[in-house]
Design a protein around this ligand. Structure first.
Ligand code: EPZ
Length: 429
């Protein structure tokens, strides 16, 4: 397994380009299943989850060409398989996004129930309930979700999410665009990735209105055609690099981003005395202000509030802020896996239920630490960048799922970081 070796203490200075959003590219790639014609997606990030998603599409029978690294041309003309197998779903739960389009276009889908992951049980009960509201028959067979439309086609309906679900909203959108009649999705997720998916679906001939609000209205159509679309920038990668500049006392120009997608993050970091200037609508200049970082409380909530995917990174920063800050995680039941590792580096953090209290400013010391999930690993890298001494971050395959070329991007702005690929032969001894 790969590790990162990080010598902390360097201030990050220079320019960083943000890649396409993993959590938009995943549903947009799934949406290509909805038409036999070619859909071209640009600005697809080169990260592990998208390699997995591409494999899923090819396993279903689609042709995927990548004329250049960040462009995927998908032609789902000959879909012969309607199943996302366990070995794919267990590595990436977002494979469940195949359910909606398969059901919408072919009236059948079989997807292995995704297991939980480090941050929680991650059920998909709300997805399945919504499909049933659209007329699907859903059953669990040997660990697989099996969904069929007895009437041959889904019927538009009023659907309601008891809890806001990002991929749940996306799955139902993709099922409903080809349903007979009108579908309303109440209590829909409002994340920017929902708007990006809606834009792609409408380019393909769908009729989706209200994306980005809590009520989405979809008028079903007979069929969808090909389209071309560019994926929005990754707002969580953007937030991660803002924290990287602040935690190392550096200065970064962050380009190809969309500041309007992370208003709550920028607001909170400015409150903590991080200097963030919008140079233009796609570029931020970030530097740690002259005033010391201030401890500020945060509570994660669905968009447009502070995102759960920035919680771990923010907590790393709060270890360097003067004072006590309270971090409340309301989305996932176990998203504090980074805390024990940060404590091993010298942080002072106390957990009580879904609340972590951080006492800063503490001097962090390099140490061997272990990544547990995508955003926790980002948090450990950030802490290592400002710690004194060497940190070895193990199991960095977690970070490779959602951050494109993170070592290269960090080195380019002055970080002392190396990827070490453990020789399997050696580890076998
Ligand atoms: C998406 O996951 C993101 N993944 C996650 O990003 C992100 O953390 C999450 O939304 C919240 O913003 C992708 O978009 C691929 P949810 P998702 O359904 O859709 C519960 C990352 O780091 N729930 O919005 O799976 C669920 O357990 C990843 O990039 C049900 O109970 O999250 C959670 O507590 C991690 N039943 C809450 O709702 C359901 O049927 C929100 O989950 C569905 C969800």
């Amino acid at each position: 397994m790969d590790k990162f070796l990080i010598q902390g203490g360097n201030s990050l200075i220079g320019k960083v380009e943000i890649s396409g959003a993993k959590n938009s590219a995943l549903p947009c790639l799934a949406a290509t299943i909805l038409t036999p014609e070619t859909v071209t997606l640009h600005n697809v990030p080169y990260v592990k989850d998208l390699i997995t998603q591409r494999r899923l599409l090819e396993d279903l029978g689609a042709t995927v060409l990548t004329p250049e690294l960040h462009t995927h041309k998908v032609k789902a003309e000959n879909i012969e398989v309607f199943e996302a197998p366990y070995e794919l779903v267990k590595t990436m739960r977002a494979s469940v996004l195949a359910l909606g389009p398969l059901l919408g276009r072919f009236g059948q889908a079989k997807v292995s129930l995704p297991g939980g992951c480090a941050i929680g049980t991650r059920p998909i009960d709300l997805h399945l309930k919504a499909f049933e509201q659209l007329g699907a028959k859903v059953s669990l067979e040997a660990g697989n979700v099996v969904a069929r439309t007895p009437k041959g086609r889904l019927i538009g309906a009023e659907t309601f999410f008891e809890k806001v679900s990002v991929t749940g909203t996306e799955n139902v959108m993709m099922a409903a665009v080809l349903a007979k009649g009108k579908t309303t999705i109440h209590n829909a997720a409002r994340e920017p990735e929902i708007g990006d998916l809606a834009e792609l679906l409408n380019k393909m001939g769908a009729k989706v209105q209200g994306a980005g609000t809590e009520t989405i209205i979809i008028d079903g159509v007979e069929g969808l055609h090909g389209a071309e679309h560019s994926i929005i920038p990754d707002r969580i990668e953007t937030g991660t690099f803002i924290v990287a500049a602040a935690i190392t006392g550096g200065e970064l120009e962050i380009s190809k981003c969309q500041p309007k997608h992370l208003v709550a993050v920028i607001k909170k970091l400015r409150e903590a005395q991080v200097e963030i200037t919008e140079i233009d609508e796609n570029t931020l200049l970030v530097k740690c202000g002259d005033a010391p970082l201030k401890a500020k409380d945060v509570t994660t909530k669905p968009h447009p509030a502070f995102p759960t995917d920035m919680q771990a990174q923010y907590m790393a920063l709060m270890t360097q802020a003067s004072g006590k800050s309270t971090v409340v995680e309301t989305i996932f039941e176990n998203r504090f896996m980074h805390v024990a590792e940060l404590i091993r580096m010298g942080a002072e953090i106390h957990i009580g239920g879904n609340t972590a209290v951080v006492h800063g400013k503490t001097r962090l010391m390099g140490a061997p630490v272990q990544a547990s999930d995508l955003r926790a690993s980002a948090s450990l890298v950030l802490a290592a960048l400002c710690a004194s001494g060497e940190t070895i971050v193990d199991r960095v395959y977690h970070i490779d799922r959602g951050y494109e070329n993170i070592v290269r991007k960090l080195k380019k702005v002055g970080a002392d970081i190396e990827r070490v690929t453990e020789n399997l032969a050696m580890s076998a001894e």
